[in-house]
Design a binder for this molecule. Sequence first.
Ligand code: FMN
Length: 211
Amino acid sequence: MLSLRLLTKYGIHANLDKKKVRALSSFQSARKGGKMNTIDLIKSRTSYRGTYLSTKVPREHLKLIMEAGLAAPSGCNKQTTRLIAVDDEDTLAKLHEVIASPLGETAPAMICVLAKKIIAYRDRCYYIQDYAAAIENMLLAIIDLGYQSCWVEGHITDTDQICRKMADILEVPNDCELVCFLPVGIAEKECQKAVKLPFEERAWFNKFGGR
Ligand SMILES: Cc1cc2nc3c(=O)[nH]c(=O)nc-3n(C[C@H](O)[C@H](O)[C@H](O)COP(=O)(O)O)c2cc1C
């Protein structure tokens, strides 16, 4: 389990005290038969921080997930995002040694997201938006294929710069920055859906606050 400090840091504490919403993961609903439509799939996505089954993720699936990521829009189509899928046990072990967190530790694969700071125009560089779009596409593809994941960026880009140690292990060149990793695997436990603010507090029609 993650420590309370980490849970609080990443805004997950709401889950601990508020009513526990035990949502079946898409994997579990997929197991019961029937694929979700796109809107339901998007709404069902949630960060999974539990343990994973040891079942391997086939390369075809890792490729499909990465293709979904690379299909994302990018500023001026500069395609600044690069991806490395890791499914080699020794490499995973080395990465988790530096990650030093139970987060995704049991997942049989992970996708590391790299950003290349290519200028879009003038001094504008959209690499953050580009990789964020790629990550969301991948998270949705991961769920669609019956796996679970979590966007892990805060933990590895904090002051201790775990991301740099991970980049060294993966022989990432200097012009790319490792910014995030996504564990990929079949969830062993049920997902707990994060509590979101009501629609009316965050989205409106025609003007700020408009109904
Ligand atoms: C930029 C960014 C960084 C994140 N970093 C972490 C992280 O380091 N560790 C973690 O457990 N979750 C991380 N998350 C996941 C968020 O905590 C999660 O998306 C949020 O609590 C909402 O929950 P949901 O994904 O289930 O909707 C990150 C998400 C984003 C967008």
